[in-house]
Design a protein around this ligand. Sequence first.
Ligand SMILES: [Zn+2]
Length: 253
Amino acid sequence: MPAEYTVAAFQDLCRRAAHLPVFGVGDYLRAGPQPPAVIFRFDVDYRSQHAVRLASILARRGLRGTFYFRRHPAGFNHAAIRAVAALGHEIGYHYETLDRCGGDFLAARAMLQQDIDDLRRNDVTVETIAAHGTPPLAPGYAGNLDLVRRDPGLVGQLGLLGDAVLSVDFTRLCYFSDAGWHWTRHDGTPPGPGGRPSTLAEVGACLAHPETSVYLTFHPHQWFERAAVMHYFRWRNRVGMVILPRLRALRRA
Ligand SMILES: [Zn+2]
């Protein structure tokens, strides 16, 4: 198997999934298919060009996924969104409006509406949304998902089919996520606490003998053409996220 988080590994994964019915989140919610099925979800945090590359690989195999784009301070990357949509994929909004509004639910709701309107004004069909999963930036909420968790009616009011987590019945699914360059697996439970460490090989095994449907969440910014470049960025991430905070804590102790 090629090195994890490389384009070659992603191509290999697509080949392994190609014999199964593959869905984006919107199509999956609409169809409610019986197992086995595969859901391809992509949280496009940054490095949007990586998302375009993975979208092209999927499209070459005739597979479809949902790409959730964040809104950065400069706005959406509409060029990347257009490129991914032109390849036949679903586009969703990767929302973090509670973080951006310091935990103010009313402001976060208004901002969610504005951002979806912005995408739709640019001729993007938005049917589903997925929360960006960083720790909260203010007291009063546990994460961006709380915006919809506390007000499930919001989905319908915004003309959406659903949320990529709250609208999905995970009891029928095996869920894998590559967040933080570590595969995590949930059998029959939604993403969150209780996942267990996994590997790309386990994902492949699940696709070869699917007992349930398989929901795969990728972070395209972690997937590189060359393994050496991927290892450099993965190491840099570990220094920033793990090693430096530990050193700071030691200095404070
Ligand atoms: Zn994210």
